[in-house]
Write a protein that binds this ligand. Sequence first.
Ligand SMILES: *[C@@H]1O[C@H](CO)[C@@H](O)[C@H](O)[C@H]1NC(C)=O
Ligand SMILES: *[C@@H]1O[C@H](CO)[C@@H](O)[C@H](O)[C@H]1NC(C)=O
Ligand SMILES: *[C@@H]1O[C@H](CO)[C@@H](O)[C@H](O)[C@H]1NC(C)=O
Ligand SMILES: *[C@@H]1O[C@H](CO)[C@@H](O)[C@H](O)[C@H]1NC(C)=O
Ligand SMILES: *[C@@H]1O[C@H](CO)[C@@H](O)[C@H](O)[C@H]1NC(C)=O
Length: 519
Amino acid sequence: MSFRVPLLLVFLAFVQVILAGSPHPSAKYPALIDATLMSLSEGLESKSFSSVDLVNAYSARISEVQDDFHAVLELNPDALSIASSLDRERSRAHIRGPLHGIPILLKDLIGTKDKMNTTAGSYALLGARLPQDSTIAKKLREAGAILLGKTSVSEWANFRSFNSSNGWCARVGQAYGPYYPGQDPWGSSTGSAIGASLGLAWANIGTETDGYMVIPVSSHLDTIGTLARTVKDAAYLLQAIAGKDPNDNYTSAIPNVPNYVKACKLSGLSGMRIGVPRNAIALGSTTTFEPAQSTAFEKALSVLRNAGAIIVDNTNLTAAEEFWTSSIPGQVVSADFLVDLPKFLSKLNTNPNKITDLSSLRAFVQNYPSEEYPDRDTGIWDVTLLGFNSTSPEFWVAYQKNLFYGTEGGLLGALDRHNLDAVIMPADYSAHHFAAPVGAPVVTVPMGVYPAGSTIVKDPRGLVERAEGIPFGLSFLGRRWSEEKLIEMAYAFEQRTNFRSKVKPYKVPKTELRDVVGR
Ligand SMILES: *[C@@H]1O[C@H](CO)[C@@H](O)[C@H](O)[C@H]1NC(C)=O
Ligand SMILES: *[C@@H]1O[C@H](CO)[C@@H](O)[C@H](O)[C@H]1NC(C)=O
Ligand SMILES: *[C@@H]1O[C@H](CO)[C@@H](O)[C@H](O)[C@H]1NC(C)=O
Ligand SMILES: *[C@@H]1O[C@H](CO)[C@@H](O)[C@H](O)[C@H]1NC(C)=O
Ligand SMILES: *[C@@H]1O[C@H](CO)[C@@H](O)[C@H](O)[C@H]1NC(C)=O
């Protein structure tokens, strides 16, 4: 089914989480909060533990912190039997690849044909059945990954309400970030980011539209990405999902997929030309300006310079101000949603609530009490229903304009004018907005943390947006298909800073492999 897939957005930390990792080469049981693919594979190879043990341990960790963070919507009831069959394959020396027998979590937009639901966090699609796996789910299964569960989302990928909150969905309620009580978890790949922060699985899959959906938001903009503890682990996961998809013609321009794992080298910043689009950063800063972030950003520039990068300042995005206030990007996403949603729904094998298009979806949500309407309105859909759709001539005008915001007027223009390999921005300052119009990749790594004494800032629903101990990230944005280069740079930065080791969730799950092995 035309689930939009392996476009290559590696967005490590859609929430402000992610992080460089510390290996535990000698430990028999790697600490699961930090366990890298390498340490898990070594343990499986040496029979210190099995994939069944990993499923048991990660499932227990998820349960332990579910009431605190609401990171997961459901677990795969078949995960243990899948793990067991992958253990048997391993014992016959049949190893499918690096992900063999490794549990991962999927955002609840990623379609799976199994006992799990695919609902975008809403009751509307609960109980619906898909005719087949999304391409990404199929590829992950073939690579030997265990699809352990579905993570919570900002409902409908934040494409429903003008008055909801990051990380809220009807099925599990408000999710929270793990670095401060009541932390705004961002989103919409909320649970996948929390999962990465707490070691609820080896790694996680998220999505970006900016709008977005694999339950579609916008076929012109949706992309899938990885959220992991380290750049290298994100690279391993990207390797398994990247490539052309016959069900998704937007992927037909993807060149040969390079070796992303080999791109993880310490010298990755040497000679790279990296731009700083001050005007775009200033736009984000008007609402989220905070000295800790700008100080950390300037320090990051020194790290990059010391690692051999050439920093080119003031590589401004010429149409950034116009883009920032333009209604065009919203029109494009809305127009796509009007067409892509019914197309997706028409493929369902069962559709218990008979949702066939946006009107029937809106009617369901407005009448189903757990969807918390009208407190959480359907404003985005109300506006969408009044507009044109992606088959109309108006769409092409809007779409071309939106492309301009990503090409000459935006990211690609700046890259070309200044002959850059990437531009960087504080991740909070909406790095994803600037890459999304052209489906360009972004890699985000930790850059710093709000220090002791930071003023606590809350959103209108009381979620804590800023407080001591909450981390924030640095984003590298590049040309289409430049993931390899972005990984080189992000890895080299991560290895030199290791901010991951400097941030700690205020509560972490305690179950470790030693608690489950042999039980
Ligand atoms: C999917 O939703 C149905 C309907 O609510 C429920 O019975 C089932 O347990 C859910 N699947 C999982 C894996 O939770
Ligand atoms: C938006 O949500 C807030 C918090 O629940 C509520 O106080 C406010 O009335 C809502 N606004 C609208 C327009 O629904
Ligand atoms: C992709 O493009 C080819 C060639 O134009 C067309 O035959 C095919 O139906 C398209 N596939 C999808 C899923 O749109
Ligand atoms: C880039 O933007 C910054 C911030 O808006 C501004 O101060 C600077 O003059 C601009 N530089 C160029 C070369 O346009
Ligand atoms: C798109 O809009 C046109 C009118 O401009 C209409 O005929 C068509 O049915 C709409 N398609 C969908 C899927 O809403």
